[in-house]
Design a protein around this ligand. Structure first.
Ligand code: 5AD
Ligand code: SF4
Length: 440
């Protein structure tokens, strides 16, 4: 008999992608093979996201579409994993009776067992509030041979007023540094050149084991691992990112000159209502310090438009911050109330049409900024880690600078995983393009 097959898809953040890889590796160890499409699979798993209503709607619509597949293939098990499972629990089984497994964020280590139970004896609901949160890592499971994500902490204690993460992911728990160092060593030994450390709020790494502010020390330990060329960390909170962390970016050769520090708003009134615990002035000071210590630092940010009570004046302050900060990249989201959060009690009073207008306006500003900033690279030679063929144009390769700028150029696909130098000849708001000079 051929082995059972599983198709797994992740929605939302990098942490979810990593969890999906970990679940897949656990199922592989239990004898499953990966299916290339949902149609061919015996088990379909969605690792879900609850951060915004839109992300949930996408999952519910995808799940709805699987109904007819389940009718034709009664043995198929459809599983909902992660944040949405933790939040909606039995409501998922009530709304979608063709779903056979609901597995919350704390049940990942038991995934193979839960899938087996669902295949054997029908719907399984597993959403405990407590329990171990990390799954043993199989180093073979990662997005590419030379890149990997490594979880350093889970959960969040910040309770930003709009955010569901502390409710669905639970309180912050940091992994012990020895475990992380060991995992990174094994990944690098297996050919990884770039590691991204992930956590909801990496700057409070260490707090749960009594050593807050331990991130720079962890970066220093990892930086010493021979063969590791690039080390990144996401996501940073503006109130917690320390001078020592910025100095680590400056001083440690592997640590990349790239930060993701969501500002969320440029208005102090809105920042206070969001419970972000910094002012726009403090955020600006942080950007100035980052650029002073590391002149090539590229900074990415997130913004929410249409938070309850956001006036035109508040919005204009956000627009000014965007124009001034000259971010490398911005992610802009329309506010959506999340059940159980503090902001859900406030009136969602900015009309959707206005949220759309503000969203488009911020993206327009960022596009102008990126276009101007990217032009400054024309004529320069940049170092690129090649990721593979470009999705848009299979004759070209795509890769990234240490600063996370995307660079496309012509070259043989065998260069994937290599560091090369590219002479930049053109730029758009999204990418730099150029000519391959040489491998490093
Ligand atoms: N509505 C809109 N955007 C949100 N985000 C988090 N919660 C919400 C919400 N309720 C955004 C924030 C965060 C990013 C991951 O998602 O900008 O940084
Ligand atoms: Fe959510 Fe705020 Fe925690 Fe980020 S820091 S995960 S926005 S509560």
């Amino acid at each position: 008999m051929s082995p059972p097959t599983v198709f797994i898809q992740a929605f939302g953040c990098q942490m979810n992608k990593l969890d999906a890889e970990l679940a897949l590796s656990a199922l592989r160890r239990a004898g499953y093979e990966e299916a290339s499409s949902p149609k061919e699979a015996d088990v379909i798993l969605y690792n879900t996201c609850s951060v915004r209503a839109h992300a949930e709607e996408r999952v519910y619509s995808n799940l709805g579409n699987l109904k007819s597949l389940k009718r034709h293939k009664p043995h198929l098990v459809i599983g909902v994993l992660g944040c949405m499972a933790q939040k909606d629990r039995e409501k998922i089984l009530e709304r979608l009776p063709h779903v056979g497994l609901v597995c919350g964020t704390r049940e990942f280590p038991r995934i193979a067992e839960l899938v087996a139970e669902a295949r054997r004896s029908g719907p399984v609901l597993a959403c405990s509030e407590t329990g171990a949160v990390s799954v043993e890592r199989d180093v073979a499971c990662r997005p590419t041979r030379f890149q990997a994500y490594v979880s350093v902490m889970r959960g969040c204690d910040n309770f930003c007023a709009y955010c569901v993460v502390p409710y669905v992911r639970g309180r912050e728990i940091s992994r012990r540094p020895e475990k992380i160092v060991d995992e990174v060593r094994r990944l690098v030994g297996d050919g990884c050149r770039e590691i991204t450390l992930v956590g909801q709020n990496v700057n409070s790494y260490g707090k749960s084991f009594g050593k807050p502010g331990a991130l720079p020390e962890l970066l220093a330990r990892l930086d010493g691992i021979a063969g590791l060329d690039r080390l990144r960390f996401i996501t940073s909170h503006p109130k917690d990112i320390s001078r020592e962390t910025l100095e680590a970016v400056r001083d440690l050769p592997a640590v990349c000159e790239h930060l993701h520090v969501p500002a969320q708003s440029g208005s102090d009134r809105i920042l206070a209502a969001m419970n972000r615990r910094y002012t726009s002035r403090r955020y600006r000071e942080l950007l100035a310090l980052a650029k002073e210590l590391v002149p090539d630092m590229a900074i990415a940010s997130d913004f929410i438009v249409g938070f309850p009570g956001e006036t035109e004046e508040d919005f204009e302050q956000t627009a000014s911050l965007l124009r001034e900060a000259r971010f490398q990249q911005c992610f802009v989201f329309k506010y959506s109330p999340r059940p159980g959060t503090r902001a859900a009690k406030l009136k969602d009073d900015v009309p959707l049409s206005e949220k759309r207008r503000r969203n488009a306006r911020l993206l327009e500003i960022q596009s102008e900024v990126s276009s101007e900033e990217h032009k400054k690279f024309i004529g320069r030679e940049v170092e690129v880690l090649v990721e593979g063929s470009s999705k848009r144009d299979s004759n070209r390769l795509t890769g990234r600078r240490r600063t996370n700028h995307i660079v496309v150029f012509e070259g043989p696909v065998e260069l994937a995983g290599k560091l090369v130098r590219v002479h930049v000849t053109a730029a758009t708001p999204l990418t730099l393009s150029g000519k391959l000079r040489r491998t490093c």
